[in-house]
Write a protein that binds this ligand. Structure first.
Ligand SMILES: O=C(O)CCC(=O)C(=O)O
Length: 265
């Protein structure tokens, strides 16, 4: 089991996040990217991915991965190093809630940004009772401020859940929305005055793991390089949806997988 180090544990408690360098090796990140590149490029070209607009009308592309058993794309959320880390953060039995690829293409003139939000802000509206959820992001390219890395308000998870601008349609999941959900403006302004903004610059294969109440978002891609990342949400089993009719996030037993069972090292 890849337990959190004591430094990671105290960073997570204090700041609301931790970074594990090289959770996947650079070679593994490259192998994975090599296998998904062509099919995902084809989906982008065919407009099959979701595009969600931020408050400035800029689009962020996502390729949802609702099924853990989806060939290749699904397995990474079950990879045992990610699962161990998430399990260790939540400290109780977990399941893979959802996964997605964030696709920030080159030369998009500032698309790809995410408004400031807490994951629990909209997960609560969708029917999770407690913030017993954590999220892991792994980039496949170097993530920088210029190509759209994530950013966060350090320590803001301690505020608890804030109200979000949301106009959820009953019985439709967050995923169907074409606009992003963000922390209500006045509270966000106050939080931004109180907490330091950190840009989460990472190397391919590094893992960034955060608390469900951490206020975060991301920069737009203003570069001529691509930034694709894998994101997986993990939820405590006893925190599964209390609302019915969800297209995603249903409990399924987690079958942890080894990277080497999909790729030769
Ligand atoms: O990948 C990004 O740029 C932001 C993703 C994000 O904010 C989220 O998944 O909650």
């Amino acid at each position: 089991m890849i337990a959190m180090t004591s430094e990671e544990r105290s960073a997570f408690a204090q700041d609301g996040y931790a970074i594990r360098k090289n959770l996947l090796s650079r070679k593994e990140a490259e192998q994975y990217l090599d296998r998904i590149r062509a099919p995902i490029e084809a989906e982008i070209k065919a407009n099959k991915v979701l595009a969600k607009k931020d408050s400035d009308g800029r689009k962020a592309l996502i390729r949802p991965i609702p099924n853990a058993d989806e060939e290749l794309l699904g397995f990474l959320g079950r990879e045992e190093r990610l699962v161990d880390l998430a399990h260790d953060v939540l400290g109780k039995p977990i399941y893979r809630f959802f996964a997605e690829l964030q696709l920030k293409e080159p030369n998009v003139g500032g698309d790809g940004a995410w408004d400031w939000h807490q994951d629990f802000g909209f997960m609560f509206a969708d029917g999770l009772l407690a913030p017993e959820m954590t999220t892991i992001l792994i980039p496949f390219q170097k993530a920088t401020k210029e190509n759209g890395c994530m950013r966060l308000l350090k320590g803001s998870h301690k505020l608890g859940r804030l109200n979000h601008n949301t106009d959820l349609v009953p019985n439709r999941s967050e995923y169907c929305r074409v606009t992003q959900t963000s922390v209500e403006e006045k509270a966000l302004k106050a939080a931004m005055e109180r907490f330091e903004i950190v840009n989460v610059q990472l190397e391919p294969g590094d893992a960034f793991i955060w608390d469900a109440n951490l206020i975060h978002g991301s920069n737009p891609n203003c570069s001529n390089g691509r930034l694709w990342s894998y994101i997986c949400y993990y939820n405590a089993i006893d925190n599964k949806h209390y609302k019915a009719d969800h297209e995603y996030g249903h409990y399924e037993p987690l079958n942890p997988a080894k990277f080497s069972s999909y790729f030769n090292a």
